[in-house]
Design a protein around this ligand. Sequence first.
Ligand code: NI
Length: 256
Amino acid sequence: MDYFNIFDSHAHYDDEQFKDDKDTLLSSFAEGGICGCITCGTNTKNSYAAIELAEKYPFIYAAVGLHPLDIEDEKKENYIDIFRSLSNHEKVVAIGEIGLDYHYDSAPRETQIKVLEEQIILAKELDLPVIIHDRESHEDILNILKKHKPKGVVHCFSGSVEMMREVVKLGMYIGLGGAVTFKNAKKPVEVAKEVPSERLLIETDAPYMTPVPFRGKRNDSTLIPYTAEKIAEVRNTTAQEILNITNQNAKELFGI
Ligand code: NI
């Protein structure tokens, strides 16, 4: 595989699974055709870390935000002020990863909704896109997006084709990753086929969501071509074409 123009719109390179070889790995990316990557914070602490990585590597950009699964452990009550101030950094390009997680429900749903809405309002104040996590919470996510109309992406999209059309109608993007390669993936494949090309982003969610044939191992941006090949197959195009389009879309959305 000799691809280029790979833009990974969603990863977590501050994750401890990368602590032993992060620098070796990230230093190899240019050679692997990776031209851009958004590394996402999930709380105040690792949002700082995301920015530090972005300072170190020119092709890395940062998103800052409080993830629904991190709400209960967040120590800083003034996280909105912290994210507002971090967003002044030139390499912060989005508020994320934020959203709702009704699979684990680790914080009460009313709290998750409140934290999500206040961060969407912050993103709009700062004119930044949002990176949305939606796990088993499609209806509430869609209602909140319709209410606030932020710009941004629903990452690791797991909704139906109908929901995808609603999200696209709001002007937002659809992030697809390793899940499209899974054997039991029906909805993500249907979405991959139907999503308008100008609204498609490609992502890893590294270290998670590793595409087949490496499912179960650690994911990183060098494995994006497996996802691109699957999307290309169902859209009757080439993986390189998918990479070209998603690179262009990511740069447009994140203002790079
Ligand atoms: Ni993520």
